[in-house]
Design a protein around this ligand. Structure first.
Ligand SMILES: [Zn+2]
Length: 498
């Protein structure tokens, strides 16, 4: 089944080729204009479409229905059908991995290339896969033919290891470097296939398949085939997990969040929960490293860096990139990689746990030894663009008013406070003075506040209070240019101040 999917949906026309746009356009232009090279070199990782592209190119050149100045083959004429069935005399595919010797090159390529193509208006096309496997003498023999190419003969050499191909060969070819296929494109292609196969499958599972195949469309299609073959038309998460190794992106995101908030106990609990659930820790850690790396790259490069995840995770990564200091994220990555080198431990999760502890200790140290610098950096700005904060901004008067029945001075303290951030449903409220925190952090007061915040934000949240080192500016920004500022304060105090 899995192999079937791959063969069944092998691209038959250029517009079906996934990714490789610039290469596709160049080849199509060459076909349409008849301005062809004698030899082509397709370089790229496995499963990126080298042979698919080579066969399509060969078919298009030999299609008898193809019109002048067009590039797509008809896939219907005799030539197209022969080539599609692998029975054309003019298209010779050679796997250099199993034909490394000079004799093979002499017999299969050199001698054969002297015979004109069967289709006299078409081309004889030699597709040599894994060309880097040829022996030195085989390369030399091939080079002679490339230097004096027979008429109407085209060579397409494909390789995954260009460094093993002699420079003399490379310089005789028009070279194309095929790229790994982006996850989004793989998901799009698999969505089409699932539709044709009339199978229901969530985007989450498709993204996971795409991630697992690391830019190799053939692997993705093969995994998709396996997933489809065990399902009866509807692929559930449970069924998919039988084929796909389990990865827990949600857990990775939560672990990253806990580390950013310096919440060591949450981080360690998260790791141990995963182990209890039987997660594959090796996959988890390698995904975790990938995740932190993408945060770091986005932080440095900015929006022009394409995050290779689905939309949900992409949003989380952007958020982490915004909130993590670059210094911290690179430190985290370094520490995790360093701890991964610990091989001999009886407890699988220990290296990751140690990495978390060390990361947070490292941050404590920086604080102790250079508190001024850290304080400067930790002057957090409220992000007034988030929906939650905006919502709180418009409704802060409710927070103040609802606290009034409890105690007027509490109400006044809230009037002078502001939300600093909200993440993972934890709302941090910034205060100017420590004694405000003592008053507000009492259980009965918190309970009352939480009820109000739940109502405003329309979900369950928890709160904590912090002294805001950037209090003045943040408070000013949060209040905005409110004309009613004074009236609000007076109202809070019930006019008693006057
Ligand atoms: Zn045709």
């Amino acid at each position: 089944m899995s192999e079937v999917i791959y063969r069944k949906y092998r691209p038959k026309v250029f517009k079906e080729i996934v990714g490789q746009k610039p290469i596709k356009i160049t080849l199509e232009n060459e076909i349409a204009s008849g301005n062809l090279a004698h030899a082509y070199l397709f370089v790229g990782p496995r499963g990126t479409g080298k042979t698919s592209l080579a066969r399509l190119f060969a078919r298009s050149l030999n299609c008898t229905n193809r019109k002048d100045k067009e590039s797509e083959p008809c896939n219907n004429c005799e030539n197209c059908n022969l080539i599609l069935a692998g029975r054309s005399m003019d298209i010779i595919e050679i796997d250099a991995a199993s034909h490394t010797g000079v004799d093979n090159v002499r017999d299969n390529i050199i001698a054969n290339s002297q015979i004109p193509p069967f289709n006299s208006n078409g081309y004889k096309v030699f597709i040599v896969d894994e060309v880097h496997m040829l022996s030195k003498s085989a390369f030399n023999a091939l080079l002679k033919t490339l230097e004096e190419p027979p008429k109407r003969v085209i060579f397409i050499l494909a390789t995954t290891e260009i460094h093993k191909v002699p420079e003399t060969i490379i310089s005789r070819c028009q070279r194309f470097d095929l790229k790994k296929i982006p996850i989004k494109d793989i998901v799009k292609r698999m969505t089409e296939i699932a539709e044709w196969e009339k199978v229901q499958i969530s985007e989450k599972i498709l993204s996971e398949i795409a991630r697992r195949s690391e830019g190799c469309l053939r692997d993705a299609e093969s995994l998709l085939g396996q997933v489809i073959s065990i399902s009866g038309g509807k692929v559930t998460d449970e069924l998919a997990s039988l084929v796909l190794p389990n990865s827990n992106w949600q857990a990775i995101d939560e672990l990253t969040g806990a580390l950013r908030l310096k919440n060591l106990s949450t981080a360690l609990n998260q790791i141990n929960k995963l182990v209890d659930e039987g997660a594959d820790l090796n996959i988890f850690i390698s995904d975790f490293v990938d995740y932190i790396r993408q945060i770091m790259l986005y932080k440095i490069i900015g929006p022009s860096f394409v995050i290779d995840f689905d939309d949900n995770l992409t949003d989380s990564i952007k958020k982490h990139a915004q909130d993590f200091a670059l210094e911290d994220i690179s430190k985290l990555l370094n520490i995790v990689l360093d701890k991964l080198s610990i091989k001999e431990t009886m407890i699988d999760q220990l290296p990751l746990e140690l990495a978390c502890v060390e990361f947070l200790l490292a941050q404590e140290e920086t604080k102790d030894f250079s508190s001024d610098v850290v304080e400067e950096k930790s002057k957090k700005k409220i992000n007034l663009n988030t929906e939650d904060i905006k919502n709180l901004q418009t409704n802060w008067h409710k927070v103040v008013a609802n606290a009034k029945p409890l105690n007027h001075s509490l109400s006044a303290m809230l009037q002078t406070s502001h939300p600093l951030s909200i993440e993972q449903n934890l709302l941090i409220i910034g205060l100017e003075y420590d004694f405000h925190r003592e008053q507000l952090d009492k259980p009965e007061v918190k309970e009352n506040l939480i009820a109000t915040f739940n109502e405003i934000l329309d979900r369950k949240i928890s709160i904590s209070f912090e002294i805001d080192p950037n209090y003045k500016q943040n408070h000013q920004n949060f209040k905005g240019k409110s004309e009613n500022g004074i009236e609000e304060v007076l109202d809070t105090f019930g006019g008693e101040m006057l």
